[in-house]
Ligand binder design. Structure first.
Ligand SMILES: *[C@@H]1O[C@H](CO)[C@@H](O)[C@H](O)[C@H]1NC(C)=O
Ligand SMILES: *[C@@H]1O[C@H](CO)[C@@H](O)[C@H](O)[C@H]1NC(C)=O
Ligand SMILES: *[C@@H]1O[C@H](CO)[C@@H](O)[C@H](O)[C@H]1NC(C)=O
Ligand SMILES: *[C@@H]1O[C@H](CO)[C@@H](O)[C@H](O)[C@H]1NC(C)=O
Ligand SMILES: *[C@@H]1O[C@H](CO)[C@@H](O)[C@H](O)[C@H]1NC(C)=O
Length: 306
């Protein structure tokens, strides 16, 4: 009886929340994409000119921290160490993207490379480097030239979780006077992320795109009876358990883009998005990456549902 009356007492609240969810206009989202790891994906400017992406992550600054000289790796797009084919020509692309209201971020980390922060002083040094070379500061050797990026994406997939919260706080502090510096994070879907967890818990990021791929424990599973069960459970955990208030569904843009986790576009639009959009934190989808999106036409097929 006690549990019955508790349920009866809760019922009006449940009905009210369901009513509010149905009343609230469907949360419109946007598409974020990674660009930079395949020379055959078109230029940065042409990526922005498609009009499909609200945010482009330039991937990756794959070496930094522990006193190392930071290194940009943009695959075959340009060679940061060359006098003639270096990456400074991307400046005009970045400006053209920003003129179209596309937010352009530098993604640090990634699946390869070599990076970790060895101390609080190291985090400050890296933060100064990022500020002076990619953001509102200045340096004689800006790898992407004079254009000022909109922020930094943390795609930390190796090393240690230490000091990333400090790096984020330092970047925020440096930018406090000038234009807003966006900070975003790309954790793996198992919750909590062992590398980005502490920085995420501190609520330091504007957008979080959770990687629901290469992670069988928490992604779409085409061979299970309830194919979306793990994804929905994980999506819910991320939405409830981190303080950040814009969360994106990070997805492979084609079967070939990841070893697992690809969601067919029809499943995404008819089942997955209607569920993920219930969350008031839903921000849209993130796609890995521009090259695979070109091959599959994924964003074209889903954009009006995002
Ligand atoms: C600080 O970072 C620069 C790269 O920006 C690096 O060359 C230098 O060794 C670092 N200094 C320390 C003390 O780690
Ligand atoms: C690149 O330019 C620097 C000076 O700007 C010069 O010292 C160096 O030899 C050049 N390297 C090549 C490979 O041309
Ligand atoms: C980058 O390349 C341009 C020519 O495309 C050259 O003028 C410039 O000095 C180079 N910068 C660096 C840092 O090598
Ligand atoms: C970019 O945003 C500004 C301010 O919201 C708006 O006036 C402008 O039309 C937008 N430009 C494009 C190309 O969407
Ligand atoms: C470069 O940055 C320093 C320190 O923030 C500042 O004093 C200086 O005026 C800047 N120089 C230019 C050319 O913006």
């Amino acid at each position: 009886m006690a549990s019955y009356s508790a349920a009866a007492a809760a019922a009006p609240f449940l009905l009210l929340s369901i009513f509010l969810i149905l009343l609230s206009p469907s949360n419109g989202g946007s598409i974020a994409v990674y660009w930079g790891q395949n020379a055959n994906e078109g230029t940065l400017a042409s990526t922005c000119a498609t009009g499909k992406y609200a945010i482009v992550n330039i991937a990756f600054l794959s070496v930094f921290g522990n006193g190392q000289t930071p290194q940009l790796n943009l695959a075959g797009h340009c060679d940061p160490s060359s006098n003639t084919t270096n990456c400074t020509s991307l400046s005009s692309d970045i400006v053209s993207c920003q003129q179209q209201n596309v937010t352009v971020l530098l993604s640090i980390g990634g699946g390869a490379g070599s990076y970790f922060l060895s101390s609080a002083a190291d985090a400050l040094n890296v933060s100064n480097y990022l500020w002076n070379n990619f953001l509102g500061g200045n340096s004689t050797s800006r790898p992407l030239g004079a254009a000022v990026l909109d922020g930094i994406d943390f795609d930390i997939e190796q090393g240690s979780p230490q000091y990333y919260d400090l790096l984020a706080r330092n970047l925020r502090a440096q930018s406090s006077a000038g234009k807003k510096v966006y900070l975003t994070a790309a954790p793996q879907c198992p919750f909590p992320d062992p590398l980005l967890g502490p920085a995420l818990r501190a609520g330091l990021f504007d957008y979080v795109w959770v990687q629901f791929y290469n992670n069988p424990a928490c992604q779409y599973n085409p061979s299970a009876l309830f194919k979306n069960f793990r994804l929905f459970l994980s999506w819910s955990a991320w939405n409830i358990l981190i303080p950040e208030n814009r969360i994106f569904l990070g997805l492979p843009a084609s079967q070939a883009a990841a070893s697992s986790g690809f969601i067919p576009t029809s499943t995404l639009t008819s089942i997955v998005l209607p569920f993920t959009k219930i969350s008031p934190k839903y921000g849209g989808i993130m796609l890995w990456n521009k090259y695979y999106d070109d091959q599959s036409g994924y964003s074209n097929a889903v954009k009006s549902f995002v």
